[in-house]
Ligand binder design. Structure first.
Ligand code: SF4
Length: 431
C-alpha cells in the first residue's frame, strides 16, 4: 500500500562547506511501508514468525507482495484489527493475547515471534512493546516475543528491516571473555550472495566473521567492543546505532555494488582485522577482472544516458555512485528518503562533483523537476512508473533492485543489466 502523507513544506537547498548540497523536502511521498521487509526477512530467518497487527489492507499487502507464501509453510500472518477495536469497544490487548495463544497452540515450533506494528495499531495506540514483554513472560522460556513497527506512518519501504534487526540487537549475547576481534556483516543478503562473500573473505584471510541476521534467529551472533560492523545495506541506521551502543565499531566503506564498491568493501573488511590491502587486492584480481568484463556490454548502452533516482529504498546513493562511476551514466538528481551522512560518507565522497541530492519527498515538485529535466531513465516506485512511461520516460522499479541479488563481484553484471532492461524493452516495442 502506498503511504500518503500531507504536504507540509519544502525548504530551499541547504549548502554546507565541503558537502554536496541537499534539497530537503517534506511533502506527499509515494513509497511502500516497512511491512514490505517481511517479504525478505521471513525467507532469511525461517525459524522466525511475523505476526502483523494490522488491518485487512496490511494483510493484502503482505500476501500479494509475498505471493509465494501459499506454496510454503506460512511464516507470517495478520492479526486483524476489526472495526470494534478501532472504535475502542474491545480490549485490543486481550484480543491480541487470544490470537497469539491460538497461533502458538497451532504452531508449537515457533520460537521467535515478532509482533509487527502497522498504521491501525499505531492509530489505536496499541503498545506492542509492552504486549511483547507480557507475552514473552507468558510463553517463556519456549517463545521469545519481540516487536517492531512496519507502519507506513513511521517507516518507509526498507526501514522495516532496520526496525526488525534493531529489535534483535538487545537479544544478541556478549562475546566470551577471551573472544578476539570479529567482523559482523549486517544486512539481509540472499544465501547465495552470503556464500560468495564468505568465499571472498576466506580468500583474503578474514577468518572471524558472522552475518546478521543469521540464517537461524535462535543462533544470534555476539556483539561487544571487539566487534567490527560492516554494513551490507545502507538503510540500517537504527541497527548500526544500537550495535554501536553495545560497543561495536562501524567500519566506513563503499557498499558492495559493482567492482569498485565490492573491492572497497572487502578491503575495509580485511583492514578492520589488520590484513594488508595489497594482499587483498591480489586475492581479488581475477574476480575484479571478471566483474569489469561483465560491465562492458551494459556500459556501452548506458554511458552518457541521464538518470534520475526518486527516493524509495535508501539504496539510491550507492546505486547512483555505481551507475556514474562504473557505467558512465549522468546523474540528474539522486533522491533518498533519509540521508544518513555517517553511514554514507564514503559513498557521498565518491559521487561526481556537483551531483544534485534530495532528501525526503514532495512528489509533485520532484515530478516537475523530472519533467523539466527529461532524464533518459527514472528509478522510482511502482506508483510513479506507469505515468512516467506514458510520458515517454523509461523507468525502473526500485523494488526490483531490493528483491534482486545485486551485491558482490558475481552480481555486478546482473546489476548493470537491470539498468539496461528498460531501454532494451523500449527498443523491442518500437521495432
Ligand atoms: S501498515 Fe499502513 S501503509 Fe502499510 S499496509 Fe498497513 S495500513 Fe497500509
Amino acid at each position: 500500500m502506498t503511504a500518503v502523507l500531507p504536504a507540509a513544506c519544502s525548504s530551499p537547498p541547504a549548502f554546507a562547506a565541503g558537502e554536496l548540497p541537499v534539497l530537503r523536502e517534506r511533502g506527499q511521498r509515494e513509497v511502500f511501508c516497512g511491512l514490505t521487509g517481511i517479504v525478505w526477512l521471513h525467507r532469511k530467518m525461517p525459524d522466525a514468525f511475523f505476526l502483523v497487527v494490522g488491518s485487512r489492507t496490511c494483510a493484502h499487502l503482505i500476501q500479494s507482495a509475498a505471493g509465494v507464501m501459499i506454496f510454503a509453510e506460512p511464516r507470517f500472518a495478520t492479526a486483524i484489527i476489526e472495526d470494534k477495536d478501532l472504535a475502542g469497544l474491545a480490549d485490543a490487548n486481550e484480543e491480541l493475547d487470544r490470537v497469539v495463544r491460538t497461533l502458538l497452540e497451532r504452531r508449537p515450533d515457533i520460537r521467535t515471534l515478532f509482533l509487527v506494528g502497522s498504521c491501525p495499531s499505531e492509530v489505536i495506540k496499541l503498545d506492542l512493546a509492552r504486549a511483547a514483554q507480557r507475552l514473552s513472560r507468558t510463553f517463556a522460556p519456549h517463545v521469545r516475543v519481540l516487536n517492531f513497527s512496519g507502519s507506513g506512518i513511521e517507516t518507509t519501504f526498507t526501514q522495516g528491516e532496520d526496525a526488525c534487526l534493531a529489535s534483535l540487537v538487545p537479544e544478541m549475547p556478549a562475546p566470551g571473555e577471551h573472544a578476539g576481534e570479529e567482523l559482523l556483516i549486517v544486512g539481509t543478503l540472499p544465501d547465495i550472495v552470503e556464500d560468495q562473500l564468505s568465499r571472498l573473505l576466506d580468500a583474503a584471510g578474514v577468518e572471524t566473521f558472522r552475518f546478521f541476521p543469521p540464517r537461524s534467529v535462535s543462533a544470534l551472533p555476539s556483539v561487544g567492543p571487539a566487534t567490527r560492523v560492516l554494513l551490507a545495506q545502507p538503510f540500517l541506521a537504527e541497527t548500526a546505532r544500537r550495535l554501536s551502543d553495545r560497543g561495536a565499531t562501524i567500519i566506513p566503506a563503499l557498499f558492495p555494488f559493482g567492482a569498485i564498491g565490492t573491492t572497497s568493501w572487502l578491503i575495509a573488511a580485511a583492514d578492520s582485522l589488520g590484513i594488508a590491502s595489497e594482499y587483498v587486492r591480489r586475492a581479488y584480481l581475477s574476480s575484479w577482472r571478471r566483474a569489469r568484463t561483465a560491465l562492458e556490454r551494459p556500459r556501452a548502452l548506458l554511458a552518457g544516458k541521464r538518470v534520475m533516482f526518486f527516493p524509495d529504498s535508501q539504496l539510491e546513493i550507492p546505486l547512483a555512485r555505481f551507475v556514474a562511476t562504473e557505467l558512465g551514466m549522468e546523474l540528474v538528481e539522486v533522491g533518498t528518503p533519509y540521508l544518513h551522512r555517517q553511514l554514507l560518507q564514503e559513498e557521498l565522497n565518491a559521487l561526481p562533483v556537483g551531483t544534485r541530492l534530495s532528501e525526503g519527498q514532495d512528489v509533485d515538485r520532484q515530478l516537475d523537476r523530472c519533467l523539466a529535466a527529461r532524464p533518459d531513465l527514472v528509478i522510482c516506485g511502482l506508483g510513479l512508473a506507469n505515468p512516467l512511461e506514458a510520458l515517454g520516460i523509461a523507468t525502473k522499479w526500485s523494488i526490483e533492485l531490493v528483491f534482486s541479488p545485486i551485491h558482490g563481484y558475481e552480481q555486478a553484471g546482473d546489476l548493470a543489466e537491470l539498468f539496461t532492461r528498460p531501454f532494451v524493452r523500449r527498443s523491442r516495442l518500437m521495432v
